[in-house]
Design a protein around this ligand. Structure first.
Ligand SMILES: Cc1ncc(COP(=O)(O)O)c(C=O)c1O
Length: 460
């Protein structure tokens, strides 16, 4: 941790005394400052002492349009003065209607109906509840299970946690909501021996594993398969060629819903409004949050197909689910202003036009002995760190602890780069810069990473 500072000591004391940081070892701040970020501008944020950091993670995969965008913040303030709050329970309000229309327009296939939430976990959980109630209306009440992938993160509320594939963050909360089933992810770097040299064969095998899981569990008990277009946790696993086409066919064959969890991958992260559009598949449900507002207000939701809405559109049928702040008027106004920025500044075009340069710039790091794999798509990359490049040997738990928590996380931050050093799978550095970034930001990331990873090697 950095040395204690005399800058705004009250903030430091209050942070240590009263604030509880998420997924954070609070003891880590016993002898040093809690990092306090006070403002942002473009691709940069500033701490309480005025030090500047390149936001290489868009906060937490959120700030697509960058920081300090007055037109987005003002849209929220203006609308708050007009209609601060009204629920979407039995009533509608103009910004939720306009936003639903816009999101449906942009969505693939027959995904037309938007159910808002306030977060990604709520979106993921809403999709599960919808799948269960939908199948009840269809006379298949036995369908309650959900299939998702090893190491995938789908949120932390009890329902979403049962879908998340990270044992370490689930164990303290057992017994979990019943029905979560795991299948292999698409980490080609760590593919099983028999498909290691053939990405298409690996993709077929990984898709077939979903079919085998459906058959093992009994198709009549399976409601949905949850997949991210590019899996974040574990370090950006893109889908192998043919994977989503095969998964779509498998889901159709067994009457299982395909949920594309796009909490990270929607809103330009992969160069498209929805991540599924990049890979050419049409899911039954898309879950979204994060980048929908570029973080200027919280908002999540799901976009669902006409077919899923159909049983709820007549008679007394009601989807028995809701949350108070879902589709909040201020958040909806902010999301609309955010989408206007996307259009005006062609942020999707910026990602598509620059992604090869981003890949190539990060690719320069592969000359470092610690860099095993660089993978991802759009403005969404993971760099896997290894102990031995030739054998792909990874670090043991102690080494990983010393490397990531003992050195890398702090060293990267001290060097002025916000990114994520993560060991939820094998150790990775994750990068997801704002979509306004260009070559000068890629170069800055590469230079900081090169210096810090070179030093990290001497700590092993
Ligand atoms: C793919 C995915 N799904 C769901 C979530 C949960 O979102 P939230 O933190 O908004 O609840 C996340 C959060 O990172 C995510 O990455």
């Amino acid at each position: 941790m950095s040395m204690s500072s005399d800058a705004t000591p009250n903030l430091q004391q209050a942070a240590k005394r009263n604030l509880w940081l998420h997924f954070t070892r609070m003891s880590a701040y016993a002898d040093g400052d809690v990092p306090v970020i006070v403002r942002g501008s473009g691709a940069y944020v500033f701490d309480q002492r005025g030090k500047r950091y390149l936001d290489g993670l868009s906060g937490l995969f959120v700030t697509q349009a960058g920081h300090g965008r007055e037109e987005i913040a003002d849209a929220g303030a203006r609308h708050g003065a007009e209609l601060a709050y009204f629920p979407l329970w039995s009533y509608a309000h103009p910004k939720a209607i306009e936003l639903a229309e816009r999101l449906a327009e942009l969505a693939p296939g027959d995904l037309n109906r938007v159910f808002f939430t306030t977060s990604g976990s709520e979106a993921v959980e809403s999709a599960w509840k919808l799948a269960k109630q939908y199948y009840q209306t269809r006379g298949q009440p036995g369908r309650y299970k959900v299939i998702s992938r090893d190491i995938a993160y789908h949120g932390t509320s009890m329902g979403a946690l049962a879908i998340t594939g990270l044992p370490a963050i689930k164990v303290p909360f057992e017994p979990l909501t019943p029905g979560g089933v795991r299948v292999p992810n698409t980490n080609f770097y760590r593919a099983p021996e028999f498909v290691r040299d053939d990405e298409a064969a690996f993709g077929r095998w990984a898709a077939d594993e979903i079919e085998r899981a459906i058959l093992r569990e009994g198709p009549e008990s399976v409601a949905a398969v949850y997949l991210e277009p590019v899996q974040n946790s574990g370090g950006c696993f893109p889908p192998p060629p043919g994977y989503f086409t095969a998964v779509r066919e498998i889901c159709d064959r067994y009457g299982v819903l395909l949920v594309s969890d796009e909490v990270i991958c929607a809103f330009g992260r992969l160069g498209y409004y929805y991540g599924s559009q990049r890979y050419g598949y049409t899911p039954d449900i898309i879950t979204f949050a994060k980048g929908a507002t570029s973080g200027y207000a919280p908002l999540g939701g799901m976009v669902v197909s006409d077919a899923l809405m159909e049983p709820f559109s007549t008679g007394t049928a009601t989807f028995l689910h809701g949350v108070t702040f879902a589709g909040h008027p201020v958040s909806a106004a902010v999301a609309l202003a955010n989408l206007e920025v996307f259009e005006k500044e062609d942020l999707l075009g910026n990602v598509r036009g620059n992604e090869e340069a981003f890949r190539a710039t990060l690719g320069k790091l592969s000359d470092l002995p610690i860099v095993g794999d660089i993978r991802g798509a759009g403005y969404f990359y993971g760099i896997e760190l290894v102990k031995d490049k030739a054998t792909k040997q990874t670090f043991d738990d102690d080494e990983s602890e010393r490397l990531l928590r003992g050195f890398l996380s702090q060293a990267l931050f001290d060097a002025g780069l916000v990114c994520r050093a993560d060991d939820r799978g094998d150790p990775v550095i994750q990068l997801a810069p704002p979509l306004i970034c260009g070559q000068e930001h890629f170069d800055e990331m590469e230079q900081v990473l090169r210096a810090v990873l070179t030093e990290a090697w001497t700590h092993i």
